[in-house]
Design a protein around this ligand. Sequence first.
Ligand code: ADP
Ligand code: MG
Length: 264
Amino acid sequence: QQDTLSTAAASAVFSHPSPDKTVAVEFRQVSKAFGHHEVIRNVDLQVASGEVVAVCGPSGSGKSTLIRLINQLETVSGGEILIDQQPTRNLSGAALRQLRTHIGFVFQQFNLYAHLTAQDNVSLALIKVHGWKKSEAREKALALLTRVGLRDKALHYPEQLSGGQQQRVAIARALVTDPNIILFDEPTSALDPEMIGEVLLVMQELAKSGITMIVVTHEMSFAREIADRVIFMDGGEILEQAAPEEFFLRPKHPRAQRFLQKVL
Ligand code: ADP
Ligand code: MG
């Protein structure tokens, strides 16, 4: 009985961030269909500014689509998404660039440009999109590479870097426009096991910096130790959300229980 009550209280708190915290990302009854296939169903979600959210769930449950909707790599079929309380429907041109400046994205497969050095991968958007001088953009890129522990690799090309190093370059690149929000789509899933730690370490540092993070991950250690909240998705719906200790110790939804039995 005691447990049930505290669980209910916890999820009430976590699904409604306290009013003094600004809401960085809000989904209002968001749906997304590809053709007739609805892959996100009436999702309501609020992520507070500075919050670190881990999104987990089985393959095909809609996790990637959920975060791709946030920076409009996909567009909603229904409902709306607000970023810093601003509606984001049908943005294009300068408004869309502005949104993407505000939201970093890190992909599973790094997506670095093979013909550019680490430093030029990081500085590219500043030069091409924001009109920075090359020298100043490179200087900022170097500072960010230093932050992810890769100062000495600045002039290396992606093929000269390990997977873990490439992903750290991709994180530096996602930070180059000083976003307030950063989205990660399974950032460690393509890495050899011995390289996962170095990427998680950078993400842990980032989490402390106060940036809002939404991380799709199968890395339960990240969810457990770094996230403020865990979201469990299946079938395009958020079936459960709770503080990590609550979610891992006492998952409530049978599908969350089954999922955890498999991954833990
Ligand atoms: P997850 O990241 O949880 O594995 P996704 O968001 O990638 O799930 O996919 C959810 C569902 O949407 C899957 O059934 C997938 O096949 C489908 N889907 C994703 N992207 C597309 C697309 N561009 N076109 C058609 N179907 C898609
Ligand atoms: Mg995915």
